[in-house]
Design a binder for this molecule. Structure first.
Ligand code: PEP
Ligand code: MG
Length: 852
């Protein structure tokens, strides 16, 4: 061996002990070394380091003669890219370097003139188009059959390049290396890989390998094999083999290729070359075990002898990735902890919901904020009433609204997906959509919503009408025309097993935000450890409650208010009893009434007339009263605890309903300890006042029922002042829960319902790194949060601290909450698995650091 060239670390013969690493030579070179270490039949290969390739791009060529001398004289070579992460791409492989007139004559004897001519023609074509950058159209029409094509290709090369096709292997190799090095450094390639997360200075390594031809007299050919199905992750020998072929031709050749394993659909390699097939299977199993990964093998058969040319990680769908990780751990190939770390929490939503199939045609007609994941197809309806009518006819529908309000809840329940023109990630449609597991795209402001004409106009001007079929893809934030193929959610055994492994590592609790029995059931199914936020206001929008609610709002005296609320009390009690029953002793945190009262009043003439009839008042009176209740800025007006103090009968009724439900639910099982939470608190006196009344209601219920119960009172910290005064507020509370939706709104002075209009511009221009309603703003809102946590603990050491804003389901925000020492996070039920996995990752990363 000419040692001198391989003493330079820049060019390294791949042997079991050669200094080859992924950060210096790339993943492919490292993988080939692992295969060599396993004594697998890998053709002789050398690796060029990132530095060497960078040098080549700058004109500094390594000693090509010395590289060529490493391979048998006259043998053909191939060059493949080897970037640090295979996902970052790289130029395509170039095969058969060294092919020239002399090799053609020699090869014709070995494999026949036809095959030799085909191989030479193919090489001339790929060299001409990629390396010499000649006009591809000139070479497109040449087929690869026979000597005539070869002559044609060589002539075309000479005409276009104004010189004969290079005959010297060293010259060819040097040009190929230069082409690949420069292709990597080109602007398009750089932008493409940066879009995939590669660093600006990501390097490219190259491997030069002696060809195992796949062409010849005995059984020769090439193929690709893997042991699992890429879509499902289930064990299944997958791939194709093609006699007399090279590279990945078998995958591209359609029906001509053979199956690998015996298959009813057609002939297989197992039947054609059973020994080679068995060898391949054994080698693939060895690679799986020793490389600790499902690998795709590129192989060649030459006269029944198997060569392994390359191994890459099997491409996989998110659901396959999870099953592969679980099976590798079950087979003892990797640890459970490693299996958990192999799945990105961000990939889970794709498993929890139906999705547009990856291979489906996507006719995109609009884009907005991806507010609630999953996909659904239905007919367009423009009102909640139409959605309900459609559901009654069992016709799936998509509710299209400018934005949704609490009045649309029933319409949302009836729809299979929601699309709105306005709104951001914490707008009403988004929050409710996530809670219901309903695919939802909001803020699709570039589409036109002509509600009166019942038309939806796509970004490019196509008109869609009431009843037309569209699909909402809430995972990607797109609106599609028609009904593309879907894949179902994958909550199978592998998923459950995987999540149980994640839970074993996790050290922060996860609860769900759940308002309805259906939400609570979903939360249980996803193993939430309780309800962290039950928003009660939607309960007042039920048809049988809206009228007493309106009577209560219009009542002149506390007695009248109480009698209207008395009608609602038994219904609220039933709501809470049901929630307690479903949660079976797990904590349930009920937030008292939060929105401004006028949200319950009608806005259109017909509604005002109906209300006037119900209240036996003139329409003009009702209209005046409704107008007088309007606020300039309702989100900062009389809502939350302010309403609780101004109209205390509402909270009294809710507290009574909670306590009576507590006793009812406790009668059947373990005692329930309800948690009651006050929204929008900004001063400790608010807590003192409400607490006194709730204590009084508790005493009344205990007296009336002759039974005892406990309850915990908490404060929602969602105003900046509550964060700043958390020490004194905490002294009056058992728990504090940070409502980061309102806290973000108030910290930025940014309306959560209007931010969607300009958020994408703001993020694109780098004003905000991310939508702060989506990812917690660690610098600003986070500082208030950290301060609130520290001051809360200062005021009350044993206090329970948590977050219940939408950020509770975002992995980075969870890291922040865990970092400042919160006891639990609470998020939409469908985000519970994501939160469980994200929390497990954080705990494992910390344990790994400690172990090091
Ligand atoms: C919040 O403000 O963070 C919160 C959870 O409450 P809501 O979204 O109901 O205002
Ligand atoms: Mg709030």
């Amino acid at each position: 061996m000419q040692k001198d060239v391989f003493d330079q670390p820049a060019v390294t013969l791949i042997t079991p002990t050669a200094p080859v690493t992924t950060p210096t030579h790339g993943g492919r070179a490292k993988c080939l070394q692992r295969l060599v270490r396993l004594s697998l039949p890998v053709p002789r290969t050398i690796a060029l380091s990132f530095d060497t390739v960078h040098g080549i791009a700058g004109g500094k060529m390594p000693d090509i003669a010395a590289i060529c001398a490493q391979f048998a004289s006259g043998s053909l070579l191939c060059v493949r890219p080897s970037s640090e992460d295979p996902d970052w791409g790289g130029p395509g492989a170039i095969l058969n370097i060294g092919m020239n007139d002399a090799a053609y004559v020699e090869l014709s004897d070995r494999i026949g003139a036809e095959a030799a001519a085909g191989l030479y023609t193919r090489f001339v074509q790929s060299y001409a188009v990629h390396v010499a950058r000649l006009d591809p159209d000139v070479f497109d029409d040449i087929d690869f059959i026979g000597q005539e094509s070869l002559s044609e290709a060589l002539r075309a090369y000479e005409d276009e390049a104004e010189e004969p096709f290079p005959q010297d292997r060293e010259t060819q190799l040097a040009e190929v290396l230069r082409y690949m090095a420069r292709a990597w450094e080109g602007t398009t390639a750089r932008l493409l890989r940066q879009a995939k997360g590669a660093p600006v200075d990501a390097g490219l390594g190259l491997v030069v390998q002696e060809m195992a031809l796949g062409l010849g007299q005995g059984e020769c050919g090439s193929g690709v094999l893997q042991l699992v199905d890429s879509d499902t992750g289930l064990p299944q020998i997958t791939g194709r083999y093609l006699s007399q072929s090279q590279g990945r031709e078998a995958l591209e050749s359609g029906a001509a290729a053979l199956f690998l394993e015996r298959d009813p659909r057609g002939p297989s390699l197992e039947e054609l070359a059973p020994k080679a097939f068995e060898t391949l299977k054994t080698q693939a199993a060895l690679m799986r075990e020793r490389l600790r990964e499902e690998m795709q093998i590129e192989f060649t058969i030459e006269n029944d002898k198997v060569h392994i040319l390359d191994g890459v990680r099997v491409a996989r769908s998110p659901r396959a990735a999870l099953r592969i990780a679980v099976r590798l751990a079950e087979d003892g190939v990797i640890s459970r902890r490693e299996a958990v770390m192999r799945i990105d929490p961000g990939a889970l939503p794709e498993l929890l919901h139906r999705q547009v199939a990856p291979e489906a045609d996507r006719d995109v007609i609009g884009r907005g904020v991806a507010a609630s994941p999953g996909a659904a197809t239905g007919r367009i309806v423009f009102s909640s009433a139409d959605a309900q009518a459609s559901a009654a006819r069992r016709e799936p529908c998509i509710l299209v609204r400018r934005e949704t309000s609490p009045e649309d809840i029933r319409g949302m329940h009836a729809a299979v997906a929601v699309l709105t023109e306005r709104g951001g990630i914490t707008s009403h449609a988004a929050v409710i959509g996530r809670g219901l597991g309903l695919p939802c795209v909001v803020g699709a402001a570039r589409m036109k919503f002509h509600l009166r004409d019942r038309q939806l106009i796509s970004e490019s001007g196509r008109i869609f009408r009431d009843g037309d079929t569209i699909t909402i893809d809430g995972t990607t934030g797109t609106v599609l025309a028609g009904a593309p193929a879907m894949i179902e959610a994958a909550l199978d055994d592998a998923f459950q097993t995987f999540m149980s492994w994640a839970d074993a590592e996790r050290d922060i609790a996860i609860r769900a935000n759940a308002d309805t029995p259906a939400d609570a059931q979903t939360a249980r199914n996803f193993m939430a450890e309780g309800i962290g936020l039950c928003r009660t206001e939607h309960m007042f929008f039920e048809a049988d409650r809206l009228t007493p609610m309106r009577e209560m709002i219009f009542a002149d005296t506390p007695e009248d208010r109480q009698s209207a609320l008395a009608l609602i009390l038994p219904m609220q009690r039933a709501d809470f009893t049901e929630l307690f029953r479903i949660m079976e002793g797990l904590p349930v945190c009920i937030r008292l009434f939060d929105p401004p009262l006028h949200e319950f009043l009608p806005t259109d003439r017909a509604g005002l007339r109906d209300l006037a009839e119900a209240l036996d008042l003139p329409v003009s009176d009702v209209t005046r009263r409704v107008d007088s209740m309007g606020e300039y800025n309702p989100m900062l007006g009389m809502r939350g605890v302010r309403l609780g103090i101004a109209v205390p009968e509402i909270y009294d009724m809710q507290a009574r309903a909670i306590f009576e439900a507590t006793l009812d639910a406790s009668a059947a099982g373990d005692p329930v300890v309800p948690e009651i939470m006050l929204p929008l608190v900004s001063a400790k006196r608010e807590v003192e006042l409400v607490r006194t009344r709730i204590d009084a209601v508790a005493a009344e219920v205990r007296n009336e029922r002759g039974a005892d119960f406990d309850y915990r009172l908490g404060v929602m910290v969602e105003t900046p002042r509550a964060c700043l005064r958390a020490d004194e507020i905490a002294q009056h509370a058992h728990f504090l829960s940070f409502g980061t939706n309102d806290l973000t709104q108030m910290t930025y002075g940014l309306s959560r319902d209007d931010a969607g209009r300009f958020m994408s511009d703001y993020v694109q221009q780098g004003v905000f790194p991310e939508d702060p309603f989506h990812r917690l703003d660690a610098d600003g809102v986070g500082e208030l949060l950290a301060l609130g946590v520290a001051r809360g603990r200062q005021g009350h050491a044993a206090i329970t601290l948590s977050i219940c804003g939408e950020h509770g389901g975002d992995p980075e925000s969870i890291a922040f909450c865990r970092g400042v020492g919160m006891d639990y996070v609470s998020c939409s039920p469908f985000r519970v698995p994501v939160a469980r996995l994200a929390a497990a990752h954080l705990a494992i990363r910390e344990k790994i650091l400690v172990d090091q």
